[in-house]
Write a protein that binds this ligand. Structure first.
Ligand code: NAD
Ligand code: MLT
Ligand code: K
Ligand code: MN
Length: 354
């Protein structure tokens, strides 16, 4: 039977516009090879340029337009020269994550063959960060007061039992299929309400999973261990901000922010999930045609997995490693190939396997 996937594609800003079309080409190639699978990509121009023209990041009915799709495929959001970052992100990326109840953000980090880690001894690390994606430090509760030397900004953190538990349970479920170890990212020595609460909930969830080893690490030490001993970790669960920071470190130790993937998962089935790389719009390299497409391609692999096409997902990641091993690398990982040269080679090799 033919499986058809209707994907809403939002390239967004900066290098998002360069890597999303390449990843779409690759997904279409994979679908052809498979035979029983096809994709339709419907493009939405929501971005900072759209904001300049329309005064908003997406139209009022933007979410209604996106809701019927099977999944969202996003590049990056943000162009500080045009729109302040908090406006662009909260008007599009974070709005979608929240309104579509994409409450979990899964972000793997492991070594890719042929991509050199900056670590002297990377020791074959293979870890998975589960980032709470709906609340935490990313809250709109707060405000500003006064002007001048009395000026005040108040930003409240929001930690609910429901969302904390949900992220933790998700992490335990993933750990069960992996190496049965969950690390909780905390900071209960310095942050006196939300983090002791987080620890308490973690202990409760841990006690329901006696088959899984657990530990809690303060985020500062944990950040250092990501660099000094990443191979010690299996699944890490963290709040929205801790998860954000840890996954850029994860990307860094893999070799580049340009290769890390993310999946914003809607767990209740009411809305589509969203697949995007960890990286942003990379203003320093935009237009040079050298953006690394691997982050976008790896998130495409996560999208294939999400739809039960694990075999194809594996073919995609294996073929990516195949070309990186043979030196088809963009400059961020020490090569001299363009975005398109990398995906051209990938497509050539995918076709050769069919
Ligand atoms: N999920 C998202 O859409 C997202 C994520 C992070 C940042 N942002 C936004 O992107 C903009 C830039 O943010 P930033 O500079 O902090 O982070 P960034 O991830 O855009 O860039 C950080 C560094 O990584 C490099 N890099 C990123 N993607 C790359 C790729 N595909 N290939 C090669 N190198 C790559 C960049 O050149 C830069 O040196 C801001 O507007 C920010 O708010 C959006
Ligand atoms: O802060 C965010 O979530 C935006 C970006 O940094 C990300 O990691 O997606
Ligand atoms: K992104
Ligand atoms: Mn980030």
């Amino acid at each position: 039977m033919m499986k058809h996937l209707n994907i809403a594609s939002i390239p967004g800003d900066g290098v998002g516009k360069e890597v999303v079309p390449e990843a779409e080409r690759v997904l279409k190639t994979i679908a052809k090879i498979h035979g029983g699978l096809s994709f339709t990509f419907t493009h939405f121009p929501y971005s900072c340029e759209y904001y300049l023209e329309h005064g908003e990041m997406m139209p009022e009915n933007g979410l209604d337009q996106l809701k019927p799709f099977d999944a969202l495929f996003l590049g990056a959001v943000g162009n500080q020269e045009l729109v302040p970052d908090h406006i662009s992100l909260w008007g599009l990326l974070i709005k979608i994550r929240r309104e579509f109840e994409q409450v979990i953000n899964i972000r793997p980090a492991k070594q890719i063959k042929g991509v050199e880690s900056p670590l002297a001894n990377p020791n074959e690390f293979d870890l998975l960060v589960v980032r709470e994606n709906s609340e935490g430090e990313y809250s709109s509760v707060g405000g500003t007061l006064y002007k001048g030397e009395d000026e005040i900004a108040i930003q409240n953190g929001v930690f609910s039992r429901k969302a904390s538990e949900r992220a933790m349970r998700y992490a335990f479920d993933l750990a069960r299929k992996r190496n049965k170890h969950v690390t909780s990212a905390t900071k209960s020595n310095g942050i006196v309400y939300s983090m002791p609460f987080w620890d308490k909930v973690f202990q409760e969830v841990a006690s329901e999973h006696p088959d899984i080893d657990t530990e809690s690490q303060h985020i500062d030490a944990l950040a250092a261990f990501f660099v000094t001993a990443p191979e010690k970790f299996d699944v890490i669960v963290g709040s929205n901000l801790f998860g954000d920071i840890l996954t850029d470190i994860g990307a860094g130790i893999m070799g580049s922010i340009g290769i890390a993937p993310a999946a914003n998962i809607n767990v209740n089935g009411k809305y589509p999930s969203m697949f995007e790389p960890v990286h942003g719009s990379a203003p320093d390299i935009v237009g040079k045609r050298v953006a690394n497409p691997i982050g976008q391609l790896w998130t495409a692999k996560m999208m294939l997995d999400h739809f039960g096409e694990e075999e194809l997902g594996k073919v995609l990641l294996d073929t990516i490693e195949n070309i990186t091993s043979d030196g088809f690398l963009t400059p961020d990982i020490g090569g001299k190939h363009s975005t398109k040269q990398v995906t051209d080679e990938l497509i050539k090799r995918l076709k050769a396997q069919s």
